[in-house]
Design a protein around this ligand. Structure first.
Ligand code: GLP
Length: 238
């Protein structure tokens, strides 16, 4: 068991650049790679970087496959607050994925997602953000480290953090998420954390104890996980 390798950079743009470089290196070596993707504000500059690289011909996603971490349940298809809509806006519609190559979990059949990931050969590189409460995907504090893709109830703190995507409507109460066990099965993991609101969660993820109180602390069960933090997000590390 080792703590994830920590890379501290100046700002969110520099953190995104590290993640983008990892994705580009993977696709250069393995154009048919399977990417685990994430949503959230942290991912915006990463997706922008990937779109820019594709537009200048530095990468093609034509053979790649993707599996997103999570999705809200109970939203109508195309709901602008859905992660599917977020992914279309920030990445999928702007690059050259083949039809059917991108996947998000389906609340009607969560277990099928793990089967589909395995059938694709497993995830080569999983991108992660981190919740202010240490969640990864929507695996809230208390989640089992062996959990697989399943329906979960969102923590009150998470619903407050994500309110802007739904205002004036309430944030859905449930979601479907890859489990921590699903995430840990990826061959490599890059968690990106930016901003002071993540400092406590990052400190807990790297702290002395691995605990379900901080789901991201499970990354030390993975042999090749890195955490890329900007100075603000790294500010609480002892
Ligand atoms: C959401 C997502 C997570 C994401 C987290 C942080 O709840 N389910 O996958 O990492 O929020 O989001 P942000 O980057 O917007 O802070």
């Amino acid at each position: 068991m080792t703590r994830p390798h920590l890379i501290v950079v100046d700002d969110p743009e520099a953190a995104a650049a590290v993640a983008v470089a990892r994705v580009l290196a993977l696709l250069a070596a393995k154009p048919w790679a399977v990417l685990g993707l994430a949503t959230g504000e942290t991912m915006r500059p990463i997706h922008r970087g990937l779109v820019g690289a594709c537009q200048r011909g530095a990468v093609s996603f034509a053979q790649a496959r993707t599996f997103n971490l999570d999705e809200y349940t109970g939203l109508r298809p195309g709901h602008p607050g859905s992660f599917a809509a977020f992914m279309r806006r920030t990445l999928f519609d702007a690059v050259d994925f083949a039809p059917g190559a991108t996947h998000l979990p389906d609340g009607d059949d969560p277990a099928a997602y793990d089967t589909a990931i395995a059938a694709a050969g497993g995830i080569d590189l999983q991108l992660l953000g981190i919740g202010g409460n240490g969640h990864i995907g929507f695996n809230e504090p208390g989640s089992d480290f062996a959990s697989r893709t399943r329906i979960v109830r969102l923590a009150a703190a998470t619903r407050i953090d994500n309110a802007a995507s739904f205002a004036p409507d309430p944030v859905p109460e449930q979601a479907v998420t890859m489990g921590i066990g699903t995430i840990l099965a990826a061959r490599s993991i890059v968690l990106v954390a930016t901003g002071a609101a993540k400092a406590q969660a990052v400190a807990a993820a790297l702290g002395p104890a691995m605990s379900p109180d901080c789901p991201a602390s499970a990354l030390r069960l993975h042999p090749a996980a890195i955490i890329v933090a900007d100075r603000a997000a790294a500010g609480g590390i002892k």
